[in-house]
Structures are given as C-alpha cells and as structure tokens.
Design a protein. Structure first.
Lengths: 564, 369
C-alpha cells in the first residue's frame, strides 16, 4: 500500500485570528500605548518628575480630589438608595412589585446630562424654578438649595447611577437560597438577626460589586459635573481634561496633561474591575441556589402604603419631574418665563429639525451610532470567537487586548484616538466624523465582547466538530452552525452599542468638529452658550428618540427570546 | 470501509502526555472498541482520527491516505476525511429540525436535492425516527437525539464511523437497546467502526475486537471479546472487565501460601508453573465472584462470612480468607437447593472453579469492582 498525502487548504482560523489582533491593536492597543507614552515620556526620555509635577499642580490636584470626593459620595448615596429599594422589591410585600421593579430601572434610560440640565433649570441658585418658588413661599432672600455644588453633583449622579446597585442586589436577593434563612429561623433567630447575620453577609458581594460599578462610572463621568460644576469652577478629571484641551485649542501641552490624568483613570478603573471580578466570583460561590424559589417576605403592615408612596415619589422626582421640565422648557418662548400656556410654543421643536446645527447633530448621531454598532458587533463576534473557541498561539495577546476596553473611560478613549489619528501615522481624520466613529468602536468594544462571548460559551465545541465531520469546512461551519446559534447575542450586542452611542457625550465632546456635532454635543454646546430653551428642545427630541428606540428594542428582544 | 492505522502516535497537552508511541490497526469493516477508564486518552484517539487534534509525533492512516503526520505537522482537515462521528453529548444542532440535521452532511457534499432527501429519510427510518422529521431537538428525548446523531453520522455512508461514549448519557434500558441497534447498523452499512467506552458490557457485546487501555494511554491487551474476557493479559485487564478477586500468594519449595496469614493455599497448576514470569515468588491468584465455590464441609481452605447481601437472583458474600477478603456470588436458587445460604459469622469451605495466576508486582489486592 502506498501512503498518499493530500494537500490541506488554508484554514479560516489564521485569517480570523490575524484580523482580530489587528482590529484590537489598531483600535484599542495603540491609543492606550500612546497615552502612557505621552504621559511618562517627554522628548523621548522618561520623565517621572514631570509627571508628578503636573499631578501636584493645584489646578489638576483639585480636579483629582474632586473626582475622588464625587465618586465616593455618589457610591455611598447610590448604594444606600439601591440596596433599600432592592430589599423593598425583593423581600417585602410591597404592592405592584413588578411595575415598581421596571420603574426603578427607568433612570438607566434617561441620559444623566439631560437629567442634570433639568435639575439646573429647577434648582440653580439664581434662576431655578423651585428655588424661586421656595424663596417667595418662605420669604427668603437667597436660594435655599444650590444644585451647582459638589453635593448637588453627587445627588444628581446618584439618581441616575443607583440602578447599577439595585439590579445586582435585587437579583442576588431573589436567587438566594431561602433554606439558608429558613434554617436560621428554625434555629430561633428573629428576622432582624437573620437579616444582619445571614442575608446581609450573603448579598454583600453583590452590594459591593454594584457599588464598585457606580464608582467606576462616577470617577470617569463627564456629563453631570460638566453641566452643574464647570460654571462654578468645580472640575473633576474628565471635565478638567476637556477644559484644558478646549481652552488651549488642542495644544500638545494640554493633551499631555490630559494623558497624565487619563493614566490615573485607567489605573483606578483597572483596579476597580479587578476587585469587582473577585467579588462576583466569591458571591456566585456563596449564593446561587440554581432555581429561584420563593423567599421569605417581610409583611410591611401599616408601612405598606407609605412605603409605596415613597417609592412612587422617588420615581416621580427623579424621572418624571426632570423629563416634564425638559419638555416644558423646550416649549418656552424665552427662558425664565413661567410655565403658562401663553408662554409655550411648538416653534422651538419644529426649529430643531430646520436649523442646520441641530439637524446635523441628529443625523450625525444616528448614522455614527448605527455604523459603530454594526462594525463593533461584527468585529466583536470575530474576536470573541477567537478568544472563546480557538487555541492558536498568540491567543494570550488577544485576551489581554480584549479586556483592555473594559477599563477605558470615554475621555481616555477620546485622547488616545486624538493621539493616534491626528496624522502621527500618516492618517489625519481629526475634525471628520471618522474620528468619532473610531472612538465609538473602541469605547463599545467591551459591550460587544461581553455579549458575544456569553453567547459563544453556550455553543459547545462538539456542535462545531460535528459539522466538520459532516464535511463542512471551517468557514461553512461558522456560517451554518455558529452564526445562527449566536445571533441573539449579536443582536443584543448591536443594541447595547447603538442606544448608548446615540446619546454619547463624554467622548464626542473632545472630538467634534464644526460639522460633526452629535446630539449630546449639540445639547451641551447650546447649554454652554446660554441657549437653555433650545438645549431643552433638542434634549426633548433626543428623549423621544431614545424612548422609541428602547421600547421597540425591548419588544424585539422579547419576541426573539420567545422564538428561541 | 477503510483500514485505520496508528504508527507510534504520541500526543501531549502541556506537560501531560496522553498517548505515547501508540500503534495499532483496525481492519476494514471491523467493529473495534477502545475500553478504558475515563481520562485515559481514548477520546483523544478518536479526536486524532477525526482530525480535531493533531498528533505530536507519529502517523495516522485511513485507507491509503495519510491523514496526519506529527513529525511534519501535517493534518488533513476533518471535513476531508470521510468520517462519521457520534459524540457523547449528541451534538445535534438545536436550530435545525431532525430532517435538516440529517440532510446536512449530504448538503455539504453537494448531493443532488432529490437523492439527498431520499437518503436522509432512509437514514431516519433506519434509526426508527420516521414521523419525527419536523421536530426540533429540544422536543426530543436524549435517546431520540442520539438516534438523530447516529442517522446523521451514517447518512453519507462514511468509510469509518467513530463513536465516543455515545450511550453514557442514556438510561440503562435504552443503553441496552441502543447497543444492539448500533451493532445492527454497523453490519448493514459495512463501515469500519471505532467505539470508545468505559463500559465493559457494551464493549463485550458489540465488538469484533477490544483494546483495553490503562490510565497512561497504553494498550494492555488487544483481542476478541472472548480472549480479553477469558484470557486477560494482566490484572488490569482482568479487573477492568468485571468484579475481580485478587488473592496475594507466595511460592516456597513448590508450595503456595497466602500472603496475609502464611497458611498454605491451593497448589499451583503444573501448566502455570512452566509459563514464563510465573517463576516469580510473589503471585496473584485471580477469579470472578461466580468462580468462588462455597461448601458446608471445610475443605483445604476455610473462610468466614463477613457480609451477606441478597441481590435478588444472586447472593453476594464477602468471605474472609484469613486476612484476605474475597467476594463470592452464587445463584439464590442454587444456594437454597444446596443449603448454601450462610449467615454473617458462619464458617465455610472455599474452593475455586477456576483461578488465574499473575505475577505480582505491586498490583492491587483483595476485591475490586
């Protein structure tokens, strides 16, 4: 018998791997490296004293300190509020629980900078409607509440970030094995003792991980401090970076300061994520009982109705009041008039669609977020496939690059993108929509990777191997087996990117050019210019678009789930 | 129908060597089983043939084609090997119905539509799934999913069929039924079949030849089911094919003694004395529980009943032979007929209808299984 060799064909795996590494290196790797290089090196030499000197400069030092105080305060307030409502929904006989649970997640939909805008209208010390009302009512000479302060920033941020804690803790409380509590009860412990000694320690990992998530967001948050703080000279890291770059017209020195502050952000974010990962693993090990069972419910008795009213009031104040305010202010003939029908008009809304700047902004946001969502989804699918499924050499580089996007705040991405795409490598797309597009891809890559990897992990290797054994090539297997099976994950990745990108502010505000404003940037700029009415009108339009988007997508995903 | 050959194949993962210099041949049209404990590397052998893994060293040949050559880093992709594979977890595609699952291999091979449909329906009928063509996998039981997987593996008439523990996720009754169906299908399709399992019953029932593999991925014996069961090459093989008694003995001045209490044991048969390796001083006498014969009269060997368990048609005893425990089984009916129902604590005479003798080198003692 003669041994015959048959020639193999080139596998699709190598191509996909190379492409994945390329995308991650270009979109994420190079910008981050450039940020670190710019921060630590000056004229090609390591310059640690220079780095420290900028941190010690009172101006930047104050911003660092503010960021820390705001993050700490926001985390504290969000966690208290989130845990309280989570407990109320999961562990008491509060009426209309399902509705309340859905309502507590609504603040997620409301862009926090639009919320901040509304609160500025209501509670700014000079012109705030509520302040003016209270001054008349109580006969005061000065405004009783100043929302444009550190405290104000902390409260407003907490309003829109607390769902992170609520979501984590509520689901942990629901999944907790009730036998753990029941056995304590059988041993004779009262409800208070059980809560303190059993329940709380068991959900502590979830509480802490939700709190860390809030800290992560708050530390790098731009919108709320920008709207409530900058006028009063209160800066955190992202707003300071913006202020320096904006006021210097994008000088290299300002960018260098930005990169130094960015390194602080990246390092803290990485630490926070590491801590969260650790906590979640620990929490899973302790709690998960598998099926959710009926937990012990505390009877609220006489407090039932008052607590329901408190919950509804909370939603009313944090969601409905600011939303209504935005819509009403958007309809005012001139800012400062009272909300009477004779002062209201539709003209402002119509103008939004006629005026070039706002029209452009809506169009830019729509096509940039659609494009970024599509590209990021597809690239994320490929990268996740390589990370989850194949075992080529060099995979560790990919895994390292793959986690990087998770710890990159929007401001940092914007800076990295400026450093990379302003002609350093022969490509200058500064002031074009492309630079925003590239930034969006980098910013939302983490979402895509998360959603796609989760879907891919559900597809067992043998499903692919069975296809190969049936005579399908690697490529055919991807097309016929893998893609149809992970389609729900891909679709949800698309929406997870499209919706936040639509209202993005933090990154776009550092990258926009004269014709490339996005919705977020346009609202922010109008507000800066004192065009409060127009800002509110555009914000209203944005809210309507977001609302339509969110609901139709939720319906679509629900239908998809039913089909599965 | 193709021959499969391994020529000194080695494969390791990281620092763990799974297969080392493994060589064997599976004849065309043969049903060959690799039997071994879990994690011994038998699944790797299947994956190497299928092309899901590449050997580090050595050559794998299917028919006249070399499909993998470790030293050259060469491997033919799985899709070009003309194989059918049935996985332990069925691997039926959840987004395709039964018919689509079975049609898939034919679609990939660009078989004309009409013919493909005809063949797919025939394969579905062959595994008794006709009428369920439109069902999606989640609407099927485990056994039905495994039938779909079988039909899918058979439909393209592959030269070789690889089955990796296909029955281990099924319940006992279904397992028994399916193993005969697999055997029938193999006969009717005439393909070369490699079956991998840790279940000696399945292996003995369906194989033309069995290879028993140890934890280190080494073949201990290759032979027909009768050979492997009746003339095991070593204690490992004997133990792996059923409940095994091992009695450690030593030979002194032509007589054998129990190691545990130094009392005289049964004499070594002359046939065994002549065989190589059995010259050693330390031996293991091995037998199945059914080969231990108990009596009321105390014979040359005396034992004490330590535990009695009635398992329905058979009675299971643990007998203490002066420090060595052996398991004895006899049919309940025979026991009551011959007055051999003992109680715990009773003394009894022990003889053996058959004993196998192995040289002892650190191998296990007492009862296994």
């Amino acid at each position: 018998m003669v041994d015959i060799y048959t020639k193999p064909k080139i596998s699709a795996a190598q191509i996909v791997l190379l492409f994945s590494i390329l995308v991650l290196v270009v979109v994420v790797g190079i910008p981050v490296i450039l940020i670190f290089l710019t921060a630590f090196f000056e004229d090609g030499k390591l310059n640690i004293p220079g780095f420290l000197q900028i941190l010690k400069d009172p101006d930047t030092y104050q911003a660092l300190w503010n960021s820390l105080v705001i993050a700490f305060g926001t985390t504290l307030v969000s966690t208290s509020v989130g845990v309280f409502f989570a407990w109320l929904v999961a562990r008491t006989d509060l009426p209309f629980k399902k509705t309340m649970k859905a309502l507590f997640l609504v603040p997620f939909m409301l862009p926090s900078f639009i919320g901040a805008l509304a609160w500025k209208v209501l509670l700014s010390p000079r012109a705030g409607y509520i302040n003016k009302f209270l001054m008349v009512l109580l006969g005061l000479d000065t405004a009783p509440i100043d929302i444009m302060s550190m405290g104000g920033i902390i409260v407003i941020e907490s309003m829109y970030l607390f769902p992170f804690v609520f979501l984590q803790v509520e689901s942990a409380l629901e999944r907790m094995d009730p036998t753990l509590e029941e056995s304590a009860r059988i041993s004779g412990a009262g409800l208070l003792t059980i809560t303190r000694k059993i329940t709380l320690p068991l959900v502590l990992p979830s509480i802490l991980s939700g709190a860390l998530l809030v800290a992560l967001y708050s530390l790098a948050h731009f919108g709320v401090p920008a709207i409530l703080g900058t006028e009063k000279g209160i800066y955190n890291i992202p707003t300071k970076i913006y202020e320096r770059i904006y006021s210097s017209g994008g000088s290299f020195r300002a960018i260098r300061v930005g990169t130094i502050l960015s390194t602080i952000l990246v390092i803290s974010a990485a630490l926070i994520l590491k801590a969260q990962d650790f906590l979640l693993k620990k929490g899973k090990y302790q709690i998960i009982a598998g099926k959710s069972m009926r937990p012990m419910l505390l009877k609220l008795r006489a407090l039932r109705t008052p607590l329901l009213i408190v919950s509804i009031l909370y939603i009313g104040i944090t969601v409905i009041l600011p939303t209504v305010t935005i819509f009403l202010v958007g309809g005012l003939k001139t800012y400062g008039l009272s909300f009477e029908t004779k002062n209201l008009t539709w003209a402002n809304y119509l103008e939004i669609f006629r005026w070039k700047m706002t029209k452009d902004a809506i169009w830019n946001s729509v096509y940039l977020s659609l494009g970024a969502a599509l590209v990021t989804m597809l690239a994320g699918t490929m990268i996740s496939y390589v990370i989850v499924k194949s075992r080529p050499k060099g995979k560790f580089i990919l895994e390292l690059l793959g986690v990087l996007p998770f710890s990159l705040p929007g401001t940092v991405i914007a800076l990295g993108v400026i450093l990379t795409w302003s002609g350093r490598f022969g490509i200058n797309i500064y002031n074009t929509p492309w630079i925003i597009f590239v930034a969006y891809v980098a910013r939302y890559m983490a979402f895509s990777l998360k959603s796609n990897s989760a879907a891919l992990q559900q597809v067992s290797d043998s499903l692919e191997e069975a296809s190969r054994a049936c005579g399908a090539t690697h490529f055919q297997t991807l097309k016929n087996i893998v893609l149809p099976l992970i389609r729900p994950g891909m679709i949800s990745a698309f929406f997870l990117i499209f919706l936040p990108a639509l209202r993005e502010l933090t990154t776009s505000v550092l990258l926009y050019g004269p014709t490339t404003r996005t919705i977020g940037v346009a609202i922010y700029a109008l507000n800066e210019d004192g065009e409060t009415v127009r800002a509110a009108a555009l914000a209203s339009v944005a809210l309507v678009i977001i609302l339509i988007g969110e609901t139709s997508i939720r319906k679509f995903l629900a239908r998809l789930q039913k089909q599965e | 129908m193709s021959e499969i050959e391994f020529r000194s194949v080695s494969k390791s993962f990281g620092t763990k060597q799974v297969l080392k210099n493994l060589s064997f041949r599976i004849h065309p049209g043969e049903c060959f089983t690799i039997l071994g404990p879990s994690g011994c590397g038998k699944t790797i052998a299947v994956r190497l043939i299928a092309g899901f893994e590449t050997p580090d060293r050595g050559i794998i040949r299917i028919g006249s084609t070399i499909v993998a050559d470790g030293s050259k880093g060469y491997a033919l992709p799985p899709e070009n090997r003309n194989i059918g594979v049935v996985f332990q977890d069925y691997a039926v595609w959840p987004h395709m119905n039964v018919l689509e699952n079975v049609l898939y291999p034919l679609r990939m091979q660009k078989v004309p539509k009409e013919e493909a449909l005809q063949r797919a329906r025939a394969a579905i009928k062959q595994v008794n799934m006709d009428g369920l063509e439109e069902r999606l996998p989640y609407q099927l039981s485990g056994g039905q999913q495994q039938r779909v997987a079988l039909a899918r593996a058979l439909v393209s008439k592959p030269a070789i069929l690889l089955l990796d523990e296909p029955l281990s996720n099924l319940d006992a009754n279904l397992r028994e039924e399916m193993r005969f169906e697999i055997k029938e299908l193999q006969k009717s399709t005439n393909s070369t079949l490699l079956y991998v399992t840790h279940d000696q019953e399945v292996a003995l029932a369906i194989s033309d030849r069995i290879a028993v593999m140890n934890e280190k991925g080494e073949f201990q014996q290759v032979g027909t089911p009768e050979e492997v069961y009746d003339q095991p090459a070593n204690p490992f093989v004997f133990r792996f094919l059923g409940i095994a008694n091992f009695i450690p003995v030593y030979v002194k001045e032509g007589k054998t003694f129990l190691t545990s209490n130094k009392k005289e044991f049964l004499p070594l048969p002359t046939k065994v004395q002549r065989e190589d390796g059995i010259q050693a001083e330390n031996l293991l006498a091995a037998c199945r529980p059914m080969e231990v014969e108990l009596s009321r009269t105390t014979g040359p060997l005396e034992g004490k009943v330590v535990r009695k368990a009635l398992l329905g048609p058979i009675i299971d005893y643990r007998i203490d032979l002066g420090g060595t425990i052996v398991r004895a089984q006899l049919q309940t009916e025979e026991g009551s007929r011959k007055n051999l129902i003992f109680e715990e604590g009773d003394s009894c005479g022990v003889t053996f209808s058959r004993l196998l003798w192995f040289p002892r080198n650190g191998e296990g003692e007492g009862t296994h299984g």
